[in-house]
Write a protein that binds this ligand. Sequence first.
Ligand SMILES: [Zn+2]
Length: 544
Amino acid sequence: MTIALARRYRPKRFADLLVQDHVAAVLRGAVARGRVGHGYLLTGPRGVGKTTAARILAMALNCPNRDAAGDPCGECENCLRVWSGSANLDVVEIDAASNRGVDDARELRERAMYAASREGHHKVYIVDEAHMLTREAWNALLKVLEEPPPGVVFVFATTEPQKIAAAAAPVLSRLQRFDFRRIGPGAIRDRLRQVLEAEGIAADDDALTLIARHADGGMRDALSVLDQCLSFGEGAVTAARVREVLGLVGDELYAEVLALAAERRPEGVFPLVDRLVDAGADVAEFMGGAGETLRALLMVQLGHEPDGLTEAMRLALQRYRDRLEPGDVLRMLRLLAESEGAIRRSTNPRLIVETLLLRWTMLDRIVDLAQVLGEGPRGESTERQPRASAAPPAAPAARSAPVSAPADPPPAAIPAQLDAIRVAWPDLVREVRERSRFLGEALSHTTPAALELPWLTVVLAEPNALFVEVLQAQAQVVEEALRQSVGEAIRLRVTEAAPVGAAASAPRRKLSDTSIKADRLKDFRARDPSLDTAADALDLEIVD
Ligand SMILES: [Zn+2]
């Protein structure tokens, strides 16, 4: 195999541009009607076909055998030269990311003045990584675009259009812009399957799924991974081979995660994540794999036989199918879904994975209870919350859980600013809830109590270990919302109000202490009769 697959199977006609039908239709129509513009901007993630579309446009403009619909033949010498990116009088490709590219751009203005090599031909400039062009280069280009020579077409491709907007807004306004879409895993899988069929090579569905997930919307990356897999060994492309090539986490580690969750062993979480990180695994990738594992477990529990499992995974699923309830697995998946948003925004994804795994291993029915309380009907939970206008619990009986500060008693409030924050609080909660439903839920149970810049102390109306945990783990999100809302760099500190009926001086108990959960559950049930129904519906029980 000498030619890379990504190159060999690069589309030659608009019709073959995967997923980007909206772009293909407009460009093809413009060619067919002879109404091609002088400047185009193609934006989108890497590997989704921007440069390919630019080349097809260039091919179509100069192809002697172009069809009535506007597609190039893809076979004539002219088409093939453009398609392969080889030297061509009428199609000039510039990579703006290289130093040479910037120099080229400076010469563009001169060069663009020359007409195409032949009568009726177009001169096409394809500028890749266009956001790398200097302001100077853009200024030169602007002059060309203001009075474009006949037959000259500029196609700029970029992953970062906002940088062009910042450096060259006037140029942008002269370009016709097309936003390329990410290519979904299903479309990538189908295309990989086609390519493999053309090559006469077999592959597992799982293998293609793994590649598609790894490629993250980019066809070029997917084909290049497939290339690596093919050069890595003979015969069919298997999931195991893809894992090996991509350094994906092995199934043994996922089996271990199931063990930790089934056996409620939070102490095993940190060593496991250490090993994961030491092995150079990508934590986001790991979370995806853990999700697949849970899904497979759920399928087994519900009597299905998932396809394409490795032997190690099949054994692990058999072993744990009866040791985790399907309801627990669903809850784990829900917690995973909540964390997946956070991990993309976080500067510390490792912490989020650790928090998630800890929650899995501490998974208990109290989890549901906390959510039932938080999301109960008719918002009755807010009744237990001090009203924003009420006097702040100035010295909350501090069983304190500071987010990132020493557990000093909260300082005296600065009334005006604190009041402003209190007024803004409901809106802020709503905004945070939009970013993370669960974090917003936790925040809705807090009241701003004291402010001593940069520290804002908020009090949780009820002790709730889970809320404290999520507020701690995602304090940054709240702090960012605060900064946007009140314009101050404010840090968040969370304090729990003392549990009702418990002495304020009660010794702090551990999160995993079952007795505290039982107490709390009884307490909740006593004070909120509606909970009984919900608890029964969810088959909750009081652990004695
Ligand atoms: Zn042709």
